[in-house]
Design a protein around this ligand. Structure first.
Ligand code: G3H
Ligand code: 13P
Ligand code: ZN
Length: 313
């Protein structure tokens, strides 16, 4: 099966009250761990690539890895640019075979965000590629940009209809309390998601797919392993999974998860090397690392996203 866009995935997800997982990929073991989990659970899948991932692994290598995953699994997979920050980057990914791009103008004034997003939509739609835009600003670290909690802002529901109709975007990322990275809440702070904003956005945009970034739960069992084997991540904490599950049953059709995969992989490598200090063959520690990715993604599909068995095969 060739790469697909997210159009049908999102239509089915909205109607079915579940979400599609969008997992960040950077190398072969990550691609394999994610796609093995999706194949075993028959889940539709979005693999996403950040500018940093593209710089690290190179476009051509990532394309080939994803093509291999398509061939290996037969799954419907969309290949998405995560946090595109310019028209040129989006164009390069569209020309290079991606089926979906995000143009993240969330840091721009409203009119400038609309103008940039519209420019990407015109180019993308002409080539059959879908576009995700963003309104509102998440806290946390993405690529090299660190957005402080003070500079973050919730999405204003009064702006969403105008943004969607004037840009023509196919999905919209909103800020309702999630944030990027492994330190989403301060010690003692109660995790919260603004379901009232999500509900209002859903009312204003009936049937329209909403995207949630920064949705790692920073699974405590992996933080514990990292810290037990020489890591130093005190205070790492993420979004409670039951809140994400609720969002997936509402208008949220795409949930972005990266930090949980990084954490699971690092925990597995740390544990393996601590328990087998004589090992030096990368295959010895990358095998449990890949297994850990597969376990986390399987868990997310079954307990957060609700998309097991939903792949059109
Ligand atoms: O939101 C950003 C993703 O976690 C990707 O992170 O830019 O470090 O690859 P990255
Ligand atoms: P996390 O850092 O919570 O995994 O968020 C990932 C993300 O939003 C990628 O765009
Ligand atoms: Zn993100």
């Amino acid at each position: 099966m060739p790469l697909v866009t997210t159009t049908k995935m999102f239509k089915d997800a909205y109607a079915g009250g579940y979400a599609i997982g969008a997992f960040n990929v950077n190398n072969m073991e990550i691609v394999q761990g994610i796609t093995e989990a999706a194949a075993q659970t028959r889940a539709p899948l979005i693999l996403q690539v950040s500018a940093g991932a593209r710089k690290y692994a190179k476009h051509a290598y990532l394309m080939k890895l994803v093509e291999a995953a398509l061939e290996d699994t037969g799954l419907p997979i969309a290949l998405h640019l995560d946090h595109g920050n310019s028209f040129e980057l989006c164009k390069s990914c569209i020309d290079g075979g991606f089926t979906s791009v995000m143009i993240d103008g969330s840091h721009l004034p409203f009119e400038e965000n609309i103008a940039l997003t519209r420019q990407v939509v015109e180019y993308a739609h002409d080539k059959g590629v879908v576009v995700e835009g963003e309104l509102g600003r998440l806290a946390g670290i993405e690529d090299d940009i660190n957005v402080s909690a003070e500079d973050s802002s919730y999405t204003n529901p009064d702006e969403v209809e105008e943004f969607v109709s004037r840009t023509g975007v196919d999905s919209l990322a909103i800020a309702i309390g999630t944030s990027h990275g492994a330190y989403k809440f301060k010690p003692g702070q109660k995790p919260q998601l603004r379901f009232d904003i999500l509900e209002e956005v859903g009312r204003r945009l009936p049937g329209f797919p909403i995207v949630l970034h920064g949705a790692s739960s920073v699974m405590p069992e992996y933080v514990e392993v990292v810290n037990r084997y020489g890591g130093n991540m005190p205070g790492a904490v993420g979004m409670p999974e039951e809140m994400l599950r609720k969002a997936a049953s509402m208008a949220v059709c795409k949930i972005n998860i990266d930090s949980d995969l990084r954490l699971a992989m690092t925990a597995a490598v740390r544990r393996h090397l601590a328990e087998n200090p004589e090992h030096f063959d990368p295959r010895q520690y990358l095998t449990p690392a890949r297994d850990a990715i597969r376990e986390v993604v399987t868990h997310k599909i079954n307990h957060v996203l609700g998309c097991a068995g939903k792949a059109d095969l």
